[in-house]
Design a binder for this molecule. Structure first.
Ligand SMILES: O=C[C@H](O)[C@H](O)COP(=O)(O)O
Ligand SMILES: C=C(OP(=O)(O)O)C(=O)O
Length: 348
């Protein structure tokens, strides 16, 4: 008999279910409490009820367990120093949306060799989230594949819908059912309207196809997520961190009655993807906060133990260096976060 479907599928491989993975790497009582508390703090910061600002910082993508834990430990110490001004949330990005093709992150290809051992990748991702939580840091991630949240969302404090998916109905529906505040990036061409539409769409209830904790196909019915907010990441060849762009976003937020502040990403098109330029963005944002801006609820940095980036094909990988976008190194990260803390202190 002639077949007309699955013609381009090589193989279907069964995967561990969300419940099975959670049994392997269970969340502790203490972690659940910390995640709930840090989500609540983010909600209050977004509404201006907590005068601190959040800093979402970490590598563009995680690929190495040792460097990840090393970075988290450094960040934890810094958090203790800046606790009155800053809430630090560590970027723990396991899924990378690519412009065309390229390594798609630890969750898909944990051995970095194109073998796509997704079962190991999703297991290692959850384990790392548990380890970072044990260190005492909240985590942020980008949710790309709508199947993934059932495996790890219980450990996540803040999540992004990326610039390439903010316009996608699938991602807006998913966001409407997620339990943490969701930052919607502006589109890659700089369009803010697409992110505003996403925030509005995700505030509403939706019904869509998904999986439950046992991996069973289900229809999910959601309540809507009231903490969707804009993440300004610059557009094609043009940054948008400066005060005139923030003022423009403020007008849109007011017009659309969106009560949540914004996050500004110092990387991506706000740095022309050059890590050395994240400092320009951060210092400008710190000045805006020092001068009384209340809409900016936080910033994002792409940062790792060592600065720059390296090719995944290098014969030997350098320790603590990004495999995807270039990152600022630890010393500069510490300087910039302390600089922002100073501005927040002066403004409050
Ligand atoms: O944050 C990472 C990248 O900017 C994003 O995944 C796109 O990367 P690419 O243009 O190198 O594919
Ligand atoms: C992919 C990312 O950003 P954007 O969606 O803004 O390109 C990211 O933050 O890793």
């Amino acid at each position: 008999m002639e077949h007309t479907d699955n013609l381009n599928i090589v193989q279907f491989k069964p995967l561990i279910t969300p419940d099975q993975l959670k049994a392997q790497h269970p969340v502790t009582e203490q972690t659940l409490k910390s995640v709930a508390q840090s989500r609540h703090a983010v909600q209050r910061i977004l509404r201006g009820e907590d005068k601190r600002r959040m800093v979402i910082t970490g590598p563009c993508s995680l690929h190495d367990e040792k460097a990840t834990i090393d970075y988290a430990q450094r960040l934890k110490k810094l958090q203790q120093d800046c606790a009155d001004e800053i809430l630090i949330i560590m970027r723990a990005y396991f899924e990378k949306p690519r412009t065309t093709i390229g390594w798609k992150g630890m969750l898909y290809d944990p051995h970095l060799d194109g073998s796509y051992d997704i079962e190991f990748g999703i297991t290692q991702s959850r384990k790392l989230l548990c380890d970072i939580a044990e260190i005492g840091l909240p985590t942020a991630t980008e949710f790309l594949d709508p199947i993934v949240p059932q495996y790890i969302a219980d450990l996540i404090t803040w999540a992004a819908i990326g610039a390439r998916t903010t316009e996608s109905q699938i991602h807006r529906q998913m966001a409407s059912g997620l339990s943490m505040p969701i930052g919607f990036k502006n589109a890659t061409d700089g369009n803010l309207g697409v992110a505003m539409d996403a925030i509005k769409a995700a505030m509403n209830p939706h019904s869509f196809l998904g999986i439950d904790r046992n991996g069973k196909v289900i229809s999910a019915e959601t309540r809507g997520n009231l903490y969707g907010h804009l993440v300004m990441r610059g557009g094609k060849d043009e940054p948008n961190f400066a005060s005139q762009y923030v003022a423009f976003a403020e007008v849109l937020l007011q017009k659309l009655e969106i009560p949540n502040g914004i996050v500004i990403d110092c990387s991506h098109s706000n740095s022309y993807k050059d890590f050395k330029r994240q400092r320009n963005a951060l210092e400008d944002i710190a000045d805006q906060i020092r001068n009384g801006n209340k809409t900016i609820a936080g910033v994002m940095l792409e940062s790792f133990v060592n600065e720059g980036k390296q090719s995944i094909d290098a014969p030997q990988l350098n320790y603590g260096v990004s495999l995807t976008d270039s990152c600022i190194g630890w010393q500069e990260t510490e300087q910039l976060i302390r600089h922002l803390a100073g501005a927040v202190k002066a403004a409050n």
